[in-house]
Design a protein around this ligand. Sequence first.
Ligand SMILES: [Fe+2]
Ligand SMILES: [Fe+2]
Length: 201
Amino acid sequence: MDKYNKYDYLKEQLKKSMTINGVVQKRYYHSLEVAKKALELNERLCLGLDSDKVYLAGLLHDAAKLKSDEFLWEIIKKEFPNELDKFKDSKPIWHSLAGPFVVKTEYGINDEEILSAICYHSTGKANMSTLDKVLFVADYIEDTRGGNYTKEAVDASFISLDKALKIILNQKVDFLRKSGKIICELTFEALKYYSENGEEC
Ligand SMILES: [Fe+2]
Ligand SMILES: [Fe+2]
């Protein structure tokens, strides 16, 4: 990972923002693992993505995770003024929707491909870019999340990115349904799109 030492200042900033009462939160280590897993997917599946973009998307994808709901909602109101009904009851995804604003204003990253991947890393969406998919999958299967529930997606990630993506979308919808939580329209749209258009797996 030496190649990415040039981004250590961003890592330090993220670490600081994820330290509460002197304790570095798990979310920081998860962010490092997602960056690692995203790079691994890019290489293993020969996706040909710019590895700096892959690294930065992974590292910063949860940069807004520890912000207050009030702060996140204020950003969403400004960034998605016509879609508030769609997002208002889905608090767990607010940090991803507000993520691009935080990453732009606090970390100085303006690359649209990175920002898009961060924006949709929780929900997915129809017609995702390869970087969107890599981050979505890496976030779900990074090594410290582990456990049996990720095994099917981990196995699929050795074969095809779309296959892993579809498994994760199905598992997310199943989990949200069973736990009576609200499922964001974007996730339904993603599942529909990839059931109809995903590569044959
Ligand atoms: Fe997240
Ligand atoms: Fe995450």
